[in-house]
Design a protein around this ligand. Structure first.
Ligand code: BT5
Length: 249
């Protein structure tokens, strides 16, 4: 997969722009913007995307896999970001399915969307947002408690371009293993080893319903294996959020 990086100064959302550019763009197209005016999180939530301070990007993919495995791409992205941060001496944890946490705060979120074109082709768009050089004042009050940036953590400005290249190169390595060999095991190993939730009691939030359970593992598709009173279930990331019983995560 060869990357083709398309840069914007401002855009509504790089995921939205990636969607607009399908199918004229090929796998490996990266849409990146200095700022997003309508950055998107999961389930209709917003993503704060301060100008010039983060990495706000989306990669267009053609994974040629079944729908079942599509959401596993989020795990590949999470593992890639975890490795790239590790390369820069920043240890991080992964809160399934899509948050990267450093020192108890969220520094990165991932949003994977699947698009089917009229001629029946499936694309995946993985959107990755990393808080790099924000100061505390750049975050809204609501985010002070749960968000942080690499600059706040390290105490100095981080080279966004270097981090971008690291993330892209780690992502390609893990994604191509999955695409060519159907093998997601390395990504899942990283997600397991750095998981914030395996072994923990959690509340699983599905719409208005909350279910309490204990996280046992991730399965081969990157789904969460949870033990409830009623038995063990495999939970896909689509419509759910989780909260630990004992705190923010
Ligand atoms: C996510 O959603 O974490 C996925 C975020 C994906 C953002 C990227 S940026 C490039 C691409 N283009 C897009 O439009 N999106 C993708 P979720 O798990 O739903 O988390 C959203 C929640 O995180 C919000 O409700 C806030 O509480 C919090 N949040 C918002 N902005 C944040 C930020 N910059 N840093 C940390 N937390 C934030």
């Amino acid at each position: 997969m060869k990357y083709n990086i398309i840069r914007y100064n401002t855009i509504d959302s790089t995921n939205k722009e990636a969607k607009r550019q399908i199918p004229s763009r090929q796998e490996g197209t990266v849409i990146i913007s200095e700022e997003q005016t309508q950055g998107k999180g999961r389930l209709g939530r917003n993503w704060a995307s301060t100008k010039g301070k983060g990495i706000w990007m989306s990669i267009i993919l053609e994974p040629e896999t079944s729908m079942d495995y599509m959401m596993g791409i989020t795990s590949i992205g999470a593992a890639a970001v975890n490795m790239a941060l590790g390369d820069m001496d920043i240890p991080s944890k992964i809160k399934w399915p899509n948050d990267i946490i450093v020192d108890g705060k969220k520094v990165c979120g991932i949003l994977t969307e699947v698009v089917q074109t009229l001629n029946g082709c499936f694309y995946a768009i993985i959107g990755i947002g990393i808080n790099v050089n924000q100061d505390i004042v750049d975050f809204s009050k609501e985010l002070h408690f749960k968000a942080s940036s690499l600059k706040i953590i390290k105490g100095y400005d981080i080279d966004r371009e270097l981090l971008l290249m690291n993330v892209l190169s780690r992502f390609r390595e893990l994604y191509m293993k999955f695409k060519l060999e159907g093998d997601m095991s390395k990504s899942l190993k990283i997600c397991r080893e750095n998981s914030m939730v395996i072994g923990k009691e959690i509340n699983l939030i599905i719409g208005k319903r909350i279910r309490r359970g204990k996280v046992l593992d991730l399965n081969m598709k990157g789904e969460l294996v949870v033990e409830f009173d009623t038995g063990i279930e495999e939970i896909s990331s689509g419509e759910v959020s989780i909260r630990a019983i004992d705190g923010y995560i």
